[in-house]
Design a binder for this molecule. Structure first.
Ligand SMILES: NC(=O)c1ccc[n+]([C@@H]2O[C@H](COP(=O)([O-])OP(=O)(O)OC[C@H]3O[C@@H](n4cnc5c(N)ncnc54)[C@H](O)[C@@H]3O)[C@@H](O)[C@H]2O)c1
Length: 139
């Protein structure tokens, strides 16, 4: 077993989410990547993730949003119905990673709310590269 695997705590009980802070992307890692691997990072991209709240769920969207912020993106929109939890998630991720993370109160069943939020994102960032749909009801 590698030392990294040994130092990673096992989530207990299995399946329960564990809150951990996100880490900022460090541009110095670029110098250690091969030209091929450099094509696989998300430097400067802009993403939307639906279904992101900071706690209380198993948080697929939350964990995906954190991963994107750690992968070099410059802008992220969180679309979720839960305003308070969504705003907290956006604030925390921004603070931890330096990425411009914005919360939009959006019910993904409402096409008008989606259109307004997407238009605002496109205007602010000039592009949208990634969409991850994680909004849903787990049980
Ligand atoms: N967690 C898993 O292991 C797993 C596995 C397979 C499938 N899924 C599916 O993935 C989805 C997300 O799962 P999760 O565990 O992250 O759930 P979660 O409850 O932790 O998060 C779901 C998020 O979606 C948001 N949401 C729900 N309805 C919405 C709507 N109409 N508009 C906007 N936001 C909305 C909630 O506010 C919440 O933030 C669910 O549909 C679940 O069934 C989850």
């Amino acid at each position: 077993m590698s030392s990294t695997a040994q130092s990673t705590p096992v989530v207990s009980p299995p399946g329960q989410d564990e809150h951990r802070p996100a880490f900022p992307f460090e541009s110095k890692v670029l110098t250690r990547l091969t030209p091929t691997l450099r094509k696989f990072i998300l430097l400067g991209k802009v993403a939307i993730v639906t279904g992101v709240t900071s706690s209380g769920g198993r948080g697929l969207g939350f964990n995906i949003a954190q991963s994107l912020c750690e992968s070099g993106i410059r802008g992220l929109a969180i679309f979720d119905m839960q305003q308070q939890l969504g705003e907290t998630a956006a604030r925390e991720m921004s603070k931890e990673t330096g990425v411009d993370v914005r919360f939009y109160k959006v019910d993904v069943r409402d096409e008008h709310e989606i259109a307004a939020a997407v238009a605002d994102m496109a205007e602010r960032f000039g592009r949208i590269d990634v969409l991850v749909n994680a909004a849903g009801i787990a049980e």
